[in-house]
Design a protein around this ligand. Sequence first.
Ligand SMILES: CC(C)(COP(=O)(O)OP(=O)(O)OC[C@H]1O[C@@H](n2cnc3c(N)ncnc32)[C@H](O)[C@@H]1OP(=O)(O)O)[C@@H](O)C(=O)NCCC(=O)NCCS
Length: 145
Amino acid sequence: MEGLNIRRLGPADAEAIERITRESPQAEAWDPAGYLGLPAWVAEGSGGVVGFLAVRVVAEEMEVLNLAVEPESRRQGVGGALLRAALVFGESAGATRISLEVRESNEAARRFYEGQGFRVVGRRRCYYRQPEEDALLMARPHAVR
Ligand SMILES: CC(C)(COP(=O)(O)OP(=O)(O)OC[C@H]1O[C@@H](n2cnc3c(N)ncnc32)[C@H](O)[C@@H]1OP(=O)(O)O)[C@@H](O)C(=O)NCCC(=O)NCCS
């Protein structure tokens, strides 16, 4: 997407995050305030915020907690740009591995993460509710590319 700007998520982004979360039932439905203490970023186009990503780093592992791009802005590189920002951050935080959980039925996200070099490394049975479903655990070595 042209003119895309990636910056840290702040309190003023709450409304945009609520909207994108509503439009993205595959993402985790967190209260926007829950992102404020975390390493988290928003992607901003000319019309405003179009996506966001939050991670946490525990020891040497960076975990993607939530990622969503508004439906009309998908397949334009926004998810990839957000992930790159997290990878740059993870490098300075000393992460050596990056991992995440994804619903088994979430084909778009699985293809996205595979394209970013992630592979399925495990399964968590009945991890999700409403509807109940397994999570696939995906991971890759941490490297900025
Ligand atoms: C997963 C998600 C964040 C990807 O964001 P995005 O901005 O579309 O990703 P990018 O444009 O950077 O990457 C697109 C690439 O990912 C893959 N991809 C993304 N959506 C896809 C789909 N629906 N079908 C197949 N491949 C897909 C393709 O390889 C695609 O490249 P291409 O468009 O050249 O074929 C977005 O689909 C989304 O918000 N989904 C709903 C929320 C969600 O599932 N979050 C993840 C929870 S773990």
